[in-house]
Design a protein around this ligand. Structure first.
Ligand code: SF4
Length: 455
């Protein structure tokens, strides 16, 4: 691994269908990758004789049905992209196990049914828990095989393929300590460092990057608005009712402004998270499972605290820096470190967003991010029934509230006297995640997933 970060803003903030970036966006991208590999074969087989089989491992198998992984894989094989696929069509895929789908390839269609997707359980010998194996065959003879790893936040790796090389950013850093030193030495602001690096990594202009951030913020706000406007049951056997519209109505009836802000924040985070649970379009921040935390905070700041577009740009750049450091030095995948890596990091990002957008200096931005994550260390991932609903939706609301509180504590504190650094809390998260029993890492085999009999 390089000792500096080469992640782009738009690697972290990706638009796509819920309910889990590891289980939907990542697998869809893997299937698109395999589709591309089939399309570019030197001697493609006769489609009428060919079969494609997909084998899912780890939590993609154990919670894959609840997360819609099989649907995302088929969507990718059909050529659908996460950022612009039709969520309703995606949700309807494979509802009938007898339906035969025609996968369109240049030389013709390959038939595909639910029987071509195999839920294989766990394989401890695999290098990464969440693995997908694709196989193209004719009469049982394998012609093309690929193995992909879904490593969290919608990121994928293909076995044997190097990640595309990105240039070293001009202001490179690998952790918060290095970032702080570089800001001091260069006399640049965090915003300037992030924008210069993003230009070098992606070749985009600053205007394009800022427009991209605006679009991400707009998509997050749209998810909140869609969630506030929708009630009824969420999909799946749990029978969980959406709660965001009720929370929003209750907030409007509250007499005191303090309680009202808190109730609104809960409503907004619930709204985006419920959209995610329904398999609708959300933005990963850093994952889909945690896609209610940042939108909740952003929508509150936009609607009730008059934050400007410039403040959101600053805040999103700070939030991205936090996600980069957490991903580079630990993980943002529930399957790797539990929910501390998803809601914990999302909360940390949101705390940094509020702090930097409010004009706090970098040390207090760091403190806000550190406090938010510190109190979520050890948080397990145990989704009931394998659905991103319980505890995930409420946990997004609690994570958003935690972010606000971390900001309040950091703003009141003396930065010079803060004892725990962000790098230390990230290190603690990684160590805790490595020691965490596998059943608490997105397998639905421990904790609430077995103690709660909701489904
Ligand atoms: S418990 Fe947390 S990490 Fe696990 S699926 Fe839910 S939101 Fe994601």
């Amino acid at each position: 691994m390089k000792d500096y970060i080469t992640t782009s803003l738009f690697d972290i903030f990706k638009t796509g269908p819920g309910p889990s970036s590891s289980h939907t966006i990542g697998p869809m991208k893997a299937a698109l990758g395999f589709r591309e590999a089939v399309q570019t074969m030197d001697s493609p087989p006769d489609p009428a004789e060919a079969t494609i089989d997909v084998h899912l491992y780890g939590s993609l198998s154990l919670t894959g049905e609840g997360h819609g992984t099989h649907k995302a894989v088929l969507g990718g094989l059909l050529g659908w992209m996460p950022e612009d696929c039709d969520c309703e069509q995606l949700l309807a895929l494979l509802d009938d196990p007898e339906t035969v789908y025609a996968l369109p390839f240049a030389k013709g269609n390959i038939a595909f049914t639910a029987a071509n997707i195999h839920f294989e359980g766990s394989d401890p010998l695999l290098p990464y828990q969440n693995t997908l194996r694709f196989r193209l065959a004719v009469a049982g003879e394998s012609l093309l095989e690929r193995e992909y790893y879904s490593i969290g936040g919608g990121f994928i790796q293909c076995k044997g393929e190097d990640e595309p090389e990105r240039p070293k950013p001009p202001y490179s850093y690998g952790n918060m300590n290095e970032l702080r030193k570089l800001l001091r030495k260069s006399d640049l602001t965090l915003r300037e460092v992030m924008l210069h690096n993003e230009e070098a990594l992606t070749g985009k202009t600053q205007a394009e990057i800022l427009a991209g951030i605006d679009a991400v913020v707009a998509a997050m706000c749209q998810a909140v608005e869609n969630g506030l406007a929708t009630d009824g049951l969420l999909p799946g056997p749990i029978g969980l009712m959406r709660k965001a519209p009720v929370l929003f109505k209750n907030a409007a009836r509250m007499k005191r402004e303090t309680g009202r802000s808190l109730a609104r924040l809960n409503a907004y985070a619930h709204a985006a998270s419920e959209e995610n649970a329904a398999g609708r379009i959300v933005v990963t921040a850093p994952t889909s499972g945690s896609a209610g935390v940042l939108p909740g905070v952003i929508y509150l700041m936009k609607k009730h605290f008059d934050f400007t577009a410039e403040q959101f740009r600053d805040g999103m750049l700070a939030a991205a820096a936090i996600a980069f450091i957490a991903k580079h030095n630990a993980s943002i995948a529930g399957a790797e470190v539990g929910c501390q890596g998803e809601i914990g990091v999302a909360s940390s990002m949101a705390a940094a967003l509020i702090a930097y957008a409010s004009g706090l200096p970098i040390k207090q931005v760091e403190n806000a991010a550190e406090i938010a994550l510190e109190h979520q260390l050890g948080m397990t991932c145990d989704p009931v029934g394998g659905y991103v609903q319980i505890p995930c939706i409420e946990r997004n609301a609690v994570g958003a509230v935690q972010a606000m509180n971390a900001f309040i504590l950091a703003e009141a504190g003396d930065p010079a006297r803060q004892k725990v650094t962000f790098d230390e809390v990230v290190e603690a998260m990684m160590e805790t995640g490595q020691d965490m029993c596998t059943k608490y890492k997105e397998t639905a085999k421990g904790g609430l997933a077995v103690c709660c009999v909701a489904c």
